[in-house]
Design a protein. Sequence first.
Length: 335
Amino acid sequence: MTTVSVRDVAQHAGVSVGTVSNVMNHPDKVAAATVVRVRAAIEELGFIRNDAARQLRVGRSKTIGLVVLDVRNPFFTDVARGAEDAAADAGLAVTLGNSDESTARESTYLDLFEEQRVHGILISPYADITPRLHSLRSRGIPVVLVDRTSEDASFSSVSVDDIAGGTLAAEHLLAQGRRRIAFVGGPFAIRQVADRLEGARRAVAAHPGATLEVVEIGGLTVLEGRAAGTALAARPPAERPDAVFAANDLVSMGLLQALMMQGSRVEVPGEMALIGYDDIDFASAAVVPLSSIRQPSALIGATAVQLLLDEAADPDIAPRQVEFQPELVVRESTR
């Protein structure tokens, strides 16, 4: 792909390179009509400003942009660490963007990374932004999906089989004799959450007499888990689930806090077994150590960087989908 330069803009607008520079940096020094003409040329040519002249020459910086759903989630912290280590080995740096499960913030980071002409973008999308990602790639910026598969296989991706993970979690609870299972998670626009629920549904459907209740929450946070736990604990004992599968470990920790803080304490795992997802460090350190579904978080980040580097070196390389298998980690919360 041919990169549009400042010189191209100047020629299109019929001005000097210095005038284009002034329009971008000191428009007050340029006649208003000229500013309008230069900005129109920038728009027509699709010129993307870059902060460094060296980057203008090479067309790509030594930075990788990484956009995650929630930087407060230690899972994504570990993914970022794995990506950072792999990038450093290649002489690159990683700039982290937290979408906070917001499409607007996600779009802002993508715009910023495009303007900076990053070496490539790693992203765990909040929703389906396939057209936007195709646009980035058409401008010479490779994109790799992280913790999410590419539905049409048009992008390389690194993920974990979350349907298998959900199945593992529910089957473990069923093997402990639990029959009234609740899935606590949301929003379901997040593909990972939907897949984990689907896996749980498949496991429960294979066990006649078992039921699966879906408790939708507004986000994958400790606070949302605590609110759900408070509501479950307030039910009469006969109406409570005897096991809960939380969509991630932060939700699981919130649930555990609520269940233990109630006046009529709900015993975990005696009255209610509890399992989470991600196996973050805090899971094993909880008052009641939490069972969880482990993902190779750092390896996900490192693998995504390697796929990105391969695509940056050869834009014609076929997209690749790498999918890791999850692992059940059993602790006291389900024993």
